[in-house]
Design a protein around this ligand. Structure first.
Ligand code: KG4
Ligand code: ZN
Length: 457
Protein backbone atom coordinates (compact mmCIF):
# COMPACT_ATOMS: atom_id res chain seq x y z
CA UNK A 1 0.00 0.00 0.00
CA UNK A 2 1.30 3.42 -0.89
CA UNK A 3 2.91 5.57 1.83
CA UNK A 4 1.64 4.92 5.33
CA UNK A 5 -1.78 3.94 4.04
CA UNK A 6 -3.44 6.90 5.74
CA UNK A 7 -6.90 7.50 4.32
CA UNK A 8 -9.13 10.40 5.33
CA UNK A 9 -12.78 9.62 4.61
CA UNK A 10 -15.73 11.98 4.44
CA UNK A 11 -19.35 10.84 4.76
CA UNK A 12 -22.25 13.22 4.14
CA UNK A 13 -24.94 11.10 2.51
CA UNK A 14 -27.78 11.86 4.91
CA UNK A 15 -27.98 13.62 8.27
CA UNK A 16 -24.54 13.00 9.75
CA UNK A 17 -21.40 14.86 8.71
CA UNK A 18 -18.52 12.53 9.46
CA UNK A 19 -14.78 12.35 8.90
CA UNK A 20 -12.29 9.70 9.96
CA UNK A 21 -8.70 8.66 9.46
CA UNK A 22 -8.08 4.95 9.08
CA UNK A 23 -4.72 3.36 8.36
CA UNK A 24 -4.55 0.56 5.79
CA UNK A 25 -8.29 0.04 6.06
CA UNK A 26 -7.79 -1.65 9.38
CA UNK A 27 -6.72 0.73 12.13
CA UNK A 28 -8.90 3.65 13.18
CA UNK A 29 -6.89 6.72 14.15
CA UNK A 30 -9.89 8.99 14.49
CA UNK A 31 -13.61 9.17 13.84
CA UNK A 32 -15.63 12.37 14.20
CA UNK A 33 -19.39 12.64 13.65
CA UNK A 34 -21.54 15.78 13.73
CA UNK A 35 -25.15 14.71 14.04
CA UNK A 36 -28.00 16.78 12.65
CA UNK A 37 -30.64 15.07 14.76
CA UNK A 38 -31.46 18.28 16.62
CA UNK A 39 -32.13 20.07 13.31
CA UNK A 40 -34.45 17.44 11.87
CA UNK A 41 -36.09 16.12 15.06
CA UNK A 42 -38.89 18.67 15.08
CA UNK A 43 -39.93 17.61 11.56
CA UNK A 44 -39.88 13.90 12.38
CA UNK A 45 -37.64 13.21 9.37
CA UNK A 46 -34.73 14.53 7.34
CA UNK A 47 -35.32 17.79 5.47
CA UNK A 48 -32.93 17.56 2.49
CA UNK A 49 -32.26 21.30 2.10
CA UNK A 50 -31.53 21.71 5.80
CA UNK A 51 -29.26 18.66 5.66
CA UNK A 52 -27.17 20.20 2.86
CA UNK A 53 -26.79 23.46 4.76
CA UNK A 54 -25.80 21.66 7.95
CA UNK A 55 -23.20 19.64 6.03
CA UNK A 56 -21.77 22.87 4.61
CA UNK A 57 -21.47 24.27 8.11
CA UNK A 58 -19.97 21.14 9.63
CA UNK A 59 -17.71 19.58 7.01
CA UNK A 60 -14.61 21.72 7.56
CA UNK A 61 -14.62 21.57 11.39
CA UNK A 62 -15.36 17.85 11.34
CA UNK A 63 -12.46 17.11 8.98
CA UNK A 64 -10.19 19.28 11.14
CA UNK A 65 -11.34 17.40 14.24
CA UNK A 66 -10.62 14.04 12.58
CA UNK A 67 -7.10 15.16 11.60
CA UNK A 68 -6.41 16.62 15.04
CA UNK A 69 -7.68 13.49 16.79
CA UNK A 70 -5.44 11.36 14.57
CA UNK A 71 -2.60 13.77 15.27
CA UNK A 72 -1.72 14.17 11.61
CA UNK A 73 -1.72 16.95 9.03
CA UNK A 74 -3.31 16.99 5.58
CA UNK A 75 0.15 16.52 4.07
CA UNK A 76 0.47 13.15 5.83
CA UNK A 77 -2.51 11.67 3.98
CA UNK A 78 -2.09 9.13 1.21
CA UNK A 79 -5.65 9.26 -0.14
CA UNK A 80 -9.08 10.77 0.40
CA UNK A 81 -12.20 8.62 0.34
CA UNK A 82 -15.71 9.93 0.06
CA UNK A 83 -19.23 8.50 0.00
CA UNK A 84 -20.40 8.81 -3.60
CA UNK A 85 -23.93 7.48 -2.98
CA UNK A 86 -26.60 6.43 -2.41
CA UNK A 87 -27.94 9.36 -0.45
CA UNK A 88 -29.35 12.86 -0.75
CA UNK A 89 -27.97 14.61 -3.84
CA UNK A 90 -27.31 17.95 -2.14
CA UNK A 91 -25.84 16.33 0.97
CA UNK A 92 -23.53 14.07 -1.04
CA UNK A 93 -22.41 17.01 -3.13
CA UNK A 94 -21.01 18.81 -0.08
CA UNK A 95 -18.80 15.88 0.93
CA UNK A 96 -17.76 15.06 -2.62
CA UNK A 97 -16.87 18.66 -3.48
CA UNK A 98 -14.81 19.12 -0.35
CA UNK A 99 -13.09 15.76 -0.82
CA UNK A 100 -12.28 16.64 -4.43
CA UNK A 101 -10.80 19.97 -3.37
CA UNK A 102 -8.67 18.33 -0.68
CA UNK A 103 -7.44 15.60 -3.03
CA UNK A 104 -6.68 18.16 -5.71
CA UNK A 105 -4.81 20.43 -3.30
CA UNK A 106 -2.77 17.54 -1.86
CA UNK A 107 -2.40 15.82 -5.25
CA UNK A 108 -3.48 12.49 -3.82
CA UNK A 109 -6.01 9.93 -5.06
CA UNK A 110 -9.70 10.31 -4.43
CA UNK A 111 -11.60 7.08 -3.86
CA UNK A 112 -15.37 6.88 -4.34
CA UNK A 113 -17.10 4.58 -1.87
CA UNK A 114 -20.62 3.22 -1.96
CA UNK A 115 -22.38 3.91 1.35
CA UNK A 116 -23.70 0.35 1.64
CA UNK A 117 -20.26 -1.08 1.05
CA UNK A 118 -19.16 1.23 3.86
CA UNK A 119 -21.73 -0.29 6.23
CA UNK A 120 -20.45 -3.79 5.41
CA UNK A 121 -16.88 -2.68 6.08
CA UNK A 122 -17.87 -1.30 9.48
CA UNK A 123 -18.09 -4.91 10.66
CA UNK A 124 -14.94 -5.94 8.80
CA UNK A 125 -13.03 -3.01 10.31
CA UNK A 126 -14.05 -4.08 13.81
CA UNK A 127 -12.98 -7.64 13.05
CA UNK A 128 -9.61 -6.58 11.65
CA UNK A 129 -8.97 -4.37 14.67
CA UNK A 130 -9.80 -7.08 17.13
CA UNK A 131 -7.62 -9.56 15.22
CA UNK A 132 -4.76 -7.10 15.42
CA UNK A 133 -5.31 -6.56 19.12
CA UNK A 134 -5.35 -10.29 19.62
CA UNK A 135 -2.19 -10.84 17.60
CA UNK A 136 -0.31 -8.04 19.39
CA UNK A 137 -1.41 -9.49 22.73
CA UNK A 138 -0.14 -12.88 21.67
CA UNK A 139 3.16 -11.32 20.59
CA UNK A 140 3.23 -9.46 23.89
CA UNK A 141 3.78 -6.10 22.21
CA UNK A 142 0.80 -4.48 23.94
CA UNK A 143 0.17 -1.88 21.23
CA UNK A 144 -1.95 -2.86 18.26
CA UNK A 145 0.36 -3.60 15.40
CA UNK A 146 -0.14 -3.01 11.72
CA UNK A 147 0.38 -6.37 10.16
CA UNK A 148 0.82 -5.61 6.48
CA UNK A 149 -1.21 -8.63 5.51
CA UNK A 150 -4.31 -7.42 7.31
CA UNK A 151 -5.17 -4.22 5.46
CA UNK A 152 -6.51 -5.69 2.27
CA UNK A 153 -9.18 -7.94 3.62
CA UNK A 154 -7.07 -11.07 3.82
CA UNK A 155 -7.51 -11.76 7.50
CA UNK A 156 -8.82 -15.09 8.62
CA UNK A 157 -12.13 -13.36 9.40
CA UNK A 158 -12.53 -12.33 5.79
CA UNK A 159 -14.48 -15.23 4.39
CA UNK A 160 -17.65 -15.06 2.27
CA UNK A 161 -20.49 -13.64 4.28
CA UNK A 162 -24.15 -12.89 3.93
CA UNK A 163 -24.48 -9.20 4.81
CA UNK A 164 -27.78 -7.70 5.94
CA UNK A 165 -27.56 -3.91 5.63
CA UNK A 166 -30.48 -2.63 7.64
CA UNK A 167 -30.69 1.12 8.01
CA UNK A 168 -33.01 4.08 7.58
CA UNK A 169 -32.68 3.97 3.81
CA UNK A 170 -31.96 0.31 3.07
CA UNK A 171 -32.82 -3.24 3.92
CA UNK A 172 -30.61 -5.20 1.58
CA UNK A 173 -29.05 -8.64 1.64
CA UNK A 174 -25.72 -9.11 -0.13
CA UNK A 175 -23.43 -12.03 -0.57
CA UNK A 176 -20.01 -10.45 0.09
CA UNK A 177 -16.98 -12.34 -1.16
CA UNK A 178 -13.30 -11.50 -0.81
CA UNK A 179 -11.65 -11.40 -4.23
CA UNK A 180 -8.02 -10.58 -4.99
CA UNK A 181 -7.55 -8.43 -1.91
CA UNK A 182 -10.87 -6.70 -2.43
CA UNK A 183 -14.57 -7.60 -2.19
CA UNK A 184 -17.40 -8.31 -4.59
CA UNK A 185 -21.07 -8.13 -3.75
CA UNK A 186 -24.12 -9.85 -5.17
CA UNK A 187 -27.59 -8.64 -4.35
CA UNK A 188 -29.61 -11.48 -2.81
CA UNK A 189 -32.66 -9.69 -1.44
CA UNK A 190 -34.01 -6.26 -0.61
CA UNK A 191 -37.05 -4.34 0.51
CA UNK A 192 -39.61 -3.64 -2.15
CA UNK A 193 -40.86 -0.54 -0.35
CA UNK A 194 -39.84 1.00 3.02
CA UNK A 195 -36.59 0.21 4.79
CA UNK A 196 -36.81 -1.31 8.28
CA UNK A 197 -35.35 1.85 9.86
CA UNK A 198 -37.88 3.93 7.99
CA UNK A 199 -40.68 1.82 9.54
CA UNK A 200 -39.14 2.41 12.99
CA UNK A 201 -39.00 6.16 12.33
CA UNK A 202 -42.56 6.36 10.99
CA UNK A 203 -44.07 4.28 13.79
CA UNK A 204 -42.20 6.37 16.38
CA UNK A 205 -43.51 9.54 14.77
CA UNK A 206 -47.06 8.16 14.74
CA UNK A 207 -46.78 7.43 18.46
CA UNK A 208 -45.48 10.90 19.30
CA UNK A 209 -41.94 9.71 19.98
CA UNK A 210 -38.70 11.37 18.85
CA UNK A 211 -36.58 11.16 15.74
CA UNK A 212 -34.81 8.93 14.90
CA UNK A 213 -37.38 6.46 16.12
CA UNK A 214 -35.20 3.36 16.40
CA UNK A 215 -33.54 4.09 19.74
CA UNK A 216 -36.88 5.14 21.33
CA UNK A 217 -38.63 1.98 20.23
CA UNK A 218 -35.62 -0.14 21.18
CA UNK A 219 -35.74 1.22 24.75
CA UNK A 220 -39.51 1.25 25.23
CA UNK A 221 -40.00 -2.23 23.75
CA UNK A 222 -38.24 -3.66 26.81
CA UNK A 223 -41.31 -2.69 28.87
CA UNK A 224 -44.02 -4.24 26.70
CA UNK A 225 -45.28 -7.70 25.79
CA UNK A 226 -43.89 -8.62 22.34
CA UNK A 227 -46.71 -11.13 21.76
CA UNK A 228 -49.60 -8.82 22.66
CA UNK A 229 -50.37 -7.72 19.06
CA UNK A 230 -49.95 -10.51 16.49
CA UNK A 231 -48.53 -8.62 13.48
CA UNK A 232 -48.01 -10.84 10.47
CA UNK A 233 -45.83 -10.42 7.40
CA UNK A 234 -47.19 -11.90 4.23
CA UNK A 235 -44.96 -13.45 1.59
CA UNK A 236 -43.79 -10.83 -0.91
CA UNK A 237 -44.57 -11.46 -4.53
CA UNK A 238 -42.33 -10.36 -7.37
CA UNK A 239 -43.57 -8.81 -10.59
CA UNK A 240 -43.53 -12.27 -12.11
CA UNK A 241 -45.69 -13.60 -9.31
CA UNK A 242 -48.08 -10.69 -9.67
CA UNK A 243 -49.09 -12.08 -13.02
CA UNK A 244 -47.92 -9.03 -14.95
CA UNK A 245 -49.74 -6.46 -12.79
CA UNK A 246 -47.57 -3.37 -12.16
CA UNK A 247 -46.15 -3.11 -8.63
CA UNK A 248 -47.90 -0.53 -6.47
CA UNK A 249 -45.04 1.47 -5.00
CA UNK A 250 -42.44 3.60 -6.78
CA UNK A 251 -39.61 1.73 -5.05
CA UNK A 252 -41.01 -1.60 -6.21
CA UNK A 253 -41.37 -0.33 -9.76
CA UNK A 254 -37.73 0.69 -9.93
CA UNK A 255 -36.36 -2.12 -7.80
CA UNK A 256 -34.49 -4.89 -9.56
CA UNK A 257 -36.61 -7.45 -7.80
CA UNK A 258 -37.85 -9.62 -10.62
CA UNK A 259 -34.64 -11.64 -10.64
CA UNK A 260 -34.52 -12.12 -6.89
CA UNK A 261 -35.94 -15.04 -4.95
CA UNK A 262 -39.21 -13.71 -3.46
CA UNK A 263 -38.38 -15.47 -0.18
CA UNK A 264 -35.56 -12.95 0.33
CA UNK A 265 -37.64 -9.83 -0.36
CA UNK A 266 -38.71 -7.56 2.50
CA UNK A 267 -41.63 -5.19 2.79
CA UNK A 268 -42.18 -2.88 5.76
CA UNK A 269 -44.93 -0.60 4.51
CA UNK A 270 -47.59 -3.15 5.55
CA UNK A 271 -46.62 -3.23 9.22
CA UNK A 272 -46.49 0.54 9.31
CA UNK A 273 -50.09 0.62 8.07
CA UNK A 274 -51.06 -2.13 10.52
CA UNK A 275 -49.72 -0.03 13.41
CA UNK A 276 -51.64 2.97 12.08
CA UNK A 277 -54.86 0.91 11.95
CA UNK A 278 -54.27 -0.33 15.50
CA UNK A 279 -53.73 3.24 16.71
CA UNK A 280 -56.96 4.38 15.05
CA UNK A 281 -59.01 1.39 16.14
CA UNK A 282 -57.93 1.81 19.76
CA UNK A 283 -58.17 5.58 19.67
CA UNK A 284 -54.52 6.10 20.61
CA UNK A 285 -54.03 9.28 18.56
CA UNK A 286 -54.96 11.80 21.29
CA UNK A 287 -52.57 10.02 23.64
CA UNK A 288 -49.78 10.18 21.01
CA UNK A 289 -50.39 13.91 20.49
CA UNK A 290 -50.27 14.50 24.25
CA UNK A 291 -47.00 12.53 24.37
CA UNK A 292 -45.46 14.60 21.58
CA UNK A 293 -46.41 17.77 23.43
CA UNK A 294 -45.17 16.53 26.81
CA UNK A 295 -41.83 15.36 25.39
CA UNK A 296 -41.03 17.73 22.53
CA UNK A 297 -43.36 20.53 21.51
CA UNK A 298 -45.19 21.68 24.65
CA UNK A 299 -44.08 24.58 26.87
CA UNK A 300 -43.07 22.16 29.64
CA UNK A 301 -41.17 19.75 27.38
CA UNK A 302 -37.75 18.84 28.83
CA UNK A 303 -34.72 20.13 26.87
CA UNK A 304 -33.60 16.57 26.12
CA UNK A 305 -36.26 14.03 26.99
CA UNK A 306 -35.08 10.71 28.38
CA UNK A 307 -36.46 7.19 28.04
CA UNK A 308 -37.92 7.54 31.56
CA UNK A 309 -39.73 10.72 30.48
CA UNK A 310 -41.18 8.80 27.52
CA UNK A 311 -42.02 5.81 29.68
CA UNK A 312 -44.03 8.04 31.99
CA UNK A 313 -46.27 8.99 29.04
CA UNK A 314 -46.91 5.41 27.81
CA UNK A 315 -49.63 3.09 29.09
CA UNK A 316 -49.28 -0.67 28.86
CA UNK A 317 -51.29 -0.86 25.64
CA UNK A 318 -48.82 1.46 23.85
CA UNK A 319 -45.80 -0.37 25.27
CA UNK A 320 -47.28 -3.68 24.11
CA UNK A 321 -47.84 -2.22 20.65
CA UNK A 322 -44.23 -0.99 20.49
CA UNK A 323 -42.81 -4.32 21.70
CA UNK A 324 -45.00 -6.28 19.26
CA UNK A 325 -43.99 -4.07 16.33
CA UNK A 326 -40.30 -4.56 17.07
CA UNK A 327 -40.72 -8.29 17.64
CA UNK A 328 -42.41 -8.66 14.24
CA UNK A 329 -39.82 -6.58 12.36
CA UNK A 330 -36.86 -8.41 13.90
CA UNK A 331 -38.59 -11.74 13.29
CA UNK A 332 -39.05 -10.94 9.61
CA UNK A 333 -35.44 -9.76 9.21
CA UNK A 334 -34.31 -13.02 10.80
CA UNK A 335 -36.60 -15.26 8.82
CA UNK A 336 -35.41 -13.98 5.44
CA UNK A 337 -31.77 -13.62 6.37
CA UNK A 338 -31.50 -17.17 7.68
CA UNK A 339 -33.49 -18.50 4.72
CA UNK A 340 -30.95 -16.85 2.39
CA UNK A 341 -28.07 -18.16 4.50
CA UNK A 342 -29.45 -21.66 4.29
CA UNK A 343 -30.01 -21.46 0.56
CA UNK A 344 -26.52 -20.05 -0.11
CA UNK A 345 -24.78 -22.29 2.39
CA UNK A 346 -22.67 -19.45 3.86
CA UNK A 347 -21.49 -19.87 7.43
CA UNK A 348 -21.02 -16.24 8.27
CA UNK A 349 -23.58 -13.46 8.67
CA UNK A 350 -22.89 -9.75 9.06
CA UNK A 351 -25.68 -7.47 10.25
CA UNK A 352 -24.94 -3.79 9.88
CA UNK A 353 -26.51 -0.31 9.49
CA UNK A 354 -28.37 1.81 12.04
CA UNK A 355 -31.01 -0.81 12.92
CA UNK A 356 -28.26 -3.32 13.75
CA UNK A 357 -27.78 -1.31 16.96
CA UNK A 358 -31.09 -2.74 18.15
CA UNK A 359 -30.82 -4.92 21.25
CA UNK A 360 -33.58 -7.38 20.43
CA UNK A 361 -32.17 -7.78 16.91
CA UNK A 362 -28.68 -8.50 18.26
CA UNK A 363 -29.79 -10.98 20.86
CA UNK A 364 -32.18 -12.91 18.59
CA UNK A 365 -29.73 -13.06 15.65
CA UNK A 366 -26.99 -14.17 18.03
CA UNK A 367 -29.16 -16.91 19.55
CA UNK A 368 -30.35 -18.19 16.17
CA UNK A 369 -26.81 -18.18 14.74
CA UNK A 370 -25.59 -20.15 17.77
CA UNK A 371 -28.42 -22.63 17.32
CA UNK A 372 -27.34 -23.13 13.70
CA UNK A 373 -23.66 -23.13 14.55
CA UNK A 374 -22.98 -20.03 12.45
CA UNK A 375 -20.87 -16.96 12.99
CA UNK A 376 -22.76 -13.66 13.24
CA UNK A 377 -21.09 -10.26 13.65
CA UNK A 378 -22.34 -6.72 14.22
CA UNK A 379 -20.43 -3.42 14.22
CA UNK A 380 -19.76 -1.65 17.50
CA UNK A 381 -22.65 0.65 18.36
CA UNK A 382 -20.65 3.69 17.21
CA UNK A 383 -20.06 2.11 13.80
CA UNK A 384 -23.65 0.85 13.38
CA UNK A 385 -25.04 4.24 12.43
CA UNK A 386 -23.48 6.48 9.78
CA UNK A 387 -19.81 7.30 10.26
CA UNK A 388 -16.75 7.87 8.10
CA UNK A 389 -14.45 5.18 9.55
CA UNK A 390 -16.47 2.59 7.61
CA UNK A 391 -15.98 4.59 4.40
CA UNK A 392 -12.22 4.76 4.95
CA UNK A 393 -12.19 1.03 5.73
CA UNK A 394 -14.07 0.23 2.52
CA UNK A 395 -11.60 2.39 0.58
CA UNK A 396 -8.63 0.47 2.05
CA UNK A 397 -8.71 -2.49 -0.32
CA UNK A 398 -9.26 -0.12 -3.25
CA UNK A 399 -6.18 1.87 -2.41
CA UNK A 400 -3.40 -0.31 -3.65
CA UNK A 401 -1.11 0.38 -6.57
CA UNK A 402 -2.78 -2.43 -8.50
CA UNK A 403 -6.18 -0.82 -7.98
CA UNK A 404 -5.34 2.63 -9.22
CA UNK A 405 -5.64 3.44 -12.86
CA UNK A 406 -4.59 6.37 -14.91
CA UNK A 407 -7.70 8.49 -15.55
CA UNK A 408 -7.37 7.89 -19.29
CA UNK A 409 -7.24 4.11 -18.96
CA UNK A 410 -10.09 1.98 -20.15
CA UNK A 411 -10.55 -0.62 -17.45
CA UNK A 412 -10.65 -4.15 -18.70
CA UNK A 413 -9.94 -6.87 -16.17
CA UNK A 414 -7.68 -8.73 -18.56
CA UNK A 415 -5.33 -5.82 -19.17
CA UNK A 416 -5.14 -4.76 -15.54
CA UNK A 417 -1.40 -5.10 -15.25
CA UNK A 418 -0.90 -2.81 -18.24
CA UNK A 419 -2.96 -0.16 -16.55
CA UNK A 420 -1.08 -0.08 -13.26
CA UNK A 421 0.23 3.32 -12.33
CA UNK A 422 2.01 4.84 -9.37
CA UNK A 423 -0.25 5.50 -6.42
CA UNK A 424 0.65 9.18 -6.53
CA UNK A 425 -1.34 9.61 -9.75
CA UNK A 426 -4.42 11.53 -8.84
CA UNK A 427 -7.74 10.10 -9.90
CA UNK A 428 -10.52 12.40 -10.84
CA UNK A 429 -13.73 11.51 -9.03
CA UNK A 430 -15.57 10.71 -12.22
CA UNK A 431 -12.74 8.46 -13.31
CA UNK A 432 -12.53 6.86 -9.90
CA UNK A 433 -16.27 6.24 -9.79
CA UNK A 434 -16.22 4.89 -13.33
CA UNK A 435 -13.25 2.71 -12.63
CA UNK A 436 -14.50 1.28 -9.39
CA UNK A 437 -17.91 0.63 -10.90
CA UNK A 438 -16.20 -1.11 -13.79
CA UNK A 439 -14.33 -3.25 -11.35
CA UNK A 440 -17.48 -4.25 -9.52
CA UNK A 441 -16.93 -1.95 -6.56
CA UNK A 442 -20.42 -0.59 -6.75
CA UNK A 443 -22.98 -2.58 -4.86
CA UNK A 444 -26.01 -3.85 -6.73
CA UNK A 445 -27.26 -1.88 -9.65
CA UNK A 446 -28.52 1.18 -7.86
CA UNK A 447 -27.59 4.61 -9.06
CA UNK A 448 -27.01 7.45 -6.64
CA UNK A 449 -28.75 9.52 -5.56
CA UNK A 450 -31.44 7.39 -4.00
CA UNK A 451 -33.88 8.67 -1.42
CA UNK A 452 -32.73 8.83 2.13
CA UNK A 453 -35.03 7.80 4.93
CA UNK A 454 -38.28 9.38 5.82
CA UNK A 455 -37.82 12.45 3.69
CA UNK A 456 -39.84 15.61 3.95
CA UNK A 457 -39.93 16.62 0.29
O1 KG4 B 1 -27.26 3.66 9.12
P1 KG4 B 1 -28.02 4.85 9.56
O2 KG4 B 1 -27.39 5.76 10.57
O3 KG4 B 1 -28.41 5.76 8.36
C1 KG4 B 1 -28.79 5.29 7.12
O4 KG4 B 1 -27.92 4.87 6.34
O5 KG4 B 1 -30.03 5.29 6.91
O6 KG4 B 1 -29.42 4.30 10.12
C2 KG4 B 1 -30.35 5.14 10.72
C3 KG4 B 1 -31.58 4.31 11.06
C4 KG4 B 1 -32.76 5.15 11.54
O7 KG4 B 1 -33.92 4.73 10.85
C5 KG4 B 1 -32.86 4.81 13.02
O8 KG4 B 1 -34.18 4.89 13.54
C6 KG4 B 1 -32.31 3.39 13.04
O9 KG4 B 1 -31.27 3.39 12.10
N1 KG4 B 1 -31.80 3.02 14.36
C7 KG4 B 1 -32.32 2.02 15.10
C8 KG4 B 1 -31.59 1.99 16.31
N2 KG4 B 1 -30.64 2.99 16.26
C9 KG4 B 1 -30.80 3.60 15.05
N3 KG4 B 1 -33.32 1.16 14.85
C10 KG4 B 1 -33.63 0.25 15.80
N4 KG4 B 1 -32.99 0.18 17.00
C11 KG4 B 1 -31.98 1.02 17.29
N5 KG4 B 1 -31.35 0.94 18.46
ZN1 ZN C 1 -26.11 4.49 6.53
Amino acid sequence: MPGNGLILAIESSCDETAAAVVQRGSRTLSSAVASQIATHARYGGVVPELASREHLRAVVPVVRAALAQANIALADLDAIAVTSGPGLAGALLVGITYAKALAYAQNIPLIAVNHLEGHIHAVLLNERESLQRQSSLEKGTGAPGLASETWDGSTSGDQPALALVVSGGHTHLYLARPAHGSWTYSLIGRTVDDAAGEAYDKVAKLLGLGYPGGPWIDNLALHGNPHAVPFAFSQIKTKLHLGGKPPRTKAARTAPIANLDPHFLFSFSGIKTAVLRYVELHNLRPEAEARREALFTGPDAPPSPTVDDALATCDLQTLDLIASFQHAVVGDLMKKTFAAQESLGVLRILVTGGVSANRELRSRFTAEAARRNLHVAFPTLALSTDNAAMIAAAAGPAFRPASLLHPASQPTPRSLSANKVKASNRLDRADAVGYFRGQGFQIGIEKPPLPCRNLIQ
